[in-house]
Design a protein around this ligand. Structure first.
Ligand code: 7TS
Length: 412
């Protein structure tokens, strides 16, 4: 039940203008690529449209009516996003461009202030490149040691090894909540607690969890958390870094410029208070407002309902795909998992699979999904991936299966 009662998921696609289109005459779009980016409901599109039509102005600067309206809409969105993830204070939410920038902010600001030669950072083998490369750059620069939690053949983190690397007393542990390839939901609450007991700070890549399930930063007791609006019905160009107030306050600025200062002299400056200290320059104002509208839309449905709906679709997808002998799924099969199924098709390259499916109007992604080390681990150059969201239906899964029958016909 959401605050508006039982949710009728069959009506949700009507809220998404793009889902009404055909990819060619008579072929309805079946969008199964939401892990890359989600589609946007009318509510988000019209919130951004209304901002440009009625309130467009730069924020935090002008005293005129439009500037005040724009500032208040922007800051309202921050409050909505903060409430959505259960942050204690709105100023613990820093608007960034995306998950990638949020992780880089922590790498450049927190880590460069706090980590030194010989310190250890723990990551996992299933990470997206955006939670690998910023730490690799830092490790190279500072001679910092990276340790990795391995992934088991079934697609889970090896928690025994996790405990062993924590015994090395790492300064930072950074991992994903839900894998964008395997769909694995990592036991983050326990992992965060164990990391804290070992004295480490924890960064959580929540790009694939915040859009799909209830996530509460205070319940998790996580130190930093990154996510992107565009994967949760919002626009591209905006994401968020959550950080605990005490950590953010002790961190130096990331980018320098307008808005992030209190005072500037010719040779020095005084940084602004949170959250502005980390938001240099004119931010993505319309996008922040769209982000707020996306959060409103998801909150009205209720994240428990979102998770339940996706669970139903993904388990139906797994069960039907398992019946196709040529299809090999990777990642957990029966455990609770995120709304992602990656697979290979015997004898057919994932790009060819995606192309044939595209001809049927079905959008899936093929490639390494920005997780090359994970694919190396499984000895796969690439996989095809179907990912689901609130607007997908069981019928979409049936159409995927029908599309895969075409693959057999072409290549069989
Ligand atoms: N972390 C995870 C777990 C992701 O899935 C992604 C994007 C990112 C970080 C980076 O997000 P961004 O908004 O900064 O780009 N994942 C994907 C994907 O799976 N296909 O396209 C983008």
């Amino acid at each position: 039940m959401s605050q508006f009662g039982e949710v009728d998921f069959s009506k949700i696609p009507q809220d998404f203008p793009i889902l009404q289109r055909e990819t060619r005459p008579g072929v309805r779009l079946v969008y199964l690529d939401s892990a890359a980016t989600s589609q946007k409901p009318e509510a988000v599109i019209s919130a951004m449209d209304a901002y440009y039509r009625n309130s467009n102005a730069n924020i935090h600067r002008g005293v005129h009516t439009l500037a005040e309206e724009a500032t208040s809409l922007y800051e309202e969105s921050r409050k909505k996003v903060a409430a959505f993830i259960g942050a204690a204070y709105p100023y613990e939410v820093i608007f960034t461009r995306n998950t990638t920038e949020a992780i880089n902010l922590v790498a450049y600001s927190w880590a460069r202030k706090n980590l030194k030669q010989g310190d250890i950072i723990v990551l996992t083998e299933m990470e997206h490149h955006s939670n690998l490369v910023p730490w690799q750059i830092l490790a190279e620069e500072r001679d910092i040691r990276l340790e990795f939690v391995p992934v088991t053949p079934e697609g889970f983190l090896d928690l025994e090894v996790y405990r062993q690397v924590l015994a090395l007393q790492p300064r930072l542990v950074s991992f994903m909540h839900v894998s964008n390839v395997l769909g694995t939901i990592n036991p983050v609450k326990e992992m965060i607690q164990a990391a804290h007991e070992a004295g480490a700070v924890v960064m959580l890549d929540a790009a694939q969890s915040v859009p799909h399930m209830p996530v509460n930063v205070q319940e998790l007791d996580v130190d930093f958390m990154a996510f992107s609006a565009h994967k949760m019905l919002g626009p591209t160009g905006i994401g968020a870094l959550y950080g605990k107030q005490s950590l953010l306050e002790a961190m130096p600025p990331f980018l320098g410029g307008g808005d992030m200062i209190k005072k500037v002299y010719l040779r020095t400056f005084v940084p602004n208070d949170l959250p502005h200290k980390f938001e240099a320059g004119t931010p993505a104002i319309a996008e922040a407002i769209g982000f707020g509208a996306a959060v409103d839309y998801l909150s009205a449905i209720g994240m428990e309902n979102v998770a339940k709906h996706e669970q139903e679709i993904v388990s139906y997808a797994i069960n039907t795909l398992l019946e196709i002998p040529e299809v090999h799924l990777i990642g957990p099969l029966n455990a609770q998992k995120g709304a992602v199924t990656s697979f290979t098709y015997s004898g057919v390259h994932p790009h060819d699979v995606a192309q044939i499916l595209d001809h049927e109007g079905i959008a899936v992604r093929a490639g390494h999904h920005c997780a090359m080390p994970l694919h190396q681990k499984y000895n796969l150059p690439a996989t095809s991936r179907a990912s689901f969201y609130i607007y997908n239906t069981l019928e979409d899964v049936n159409l995927l299966v029908k599309g895969l029958e075409k693959v057999k016909r072409y290549f069989g």
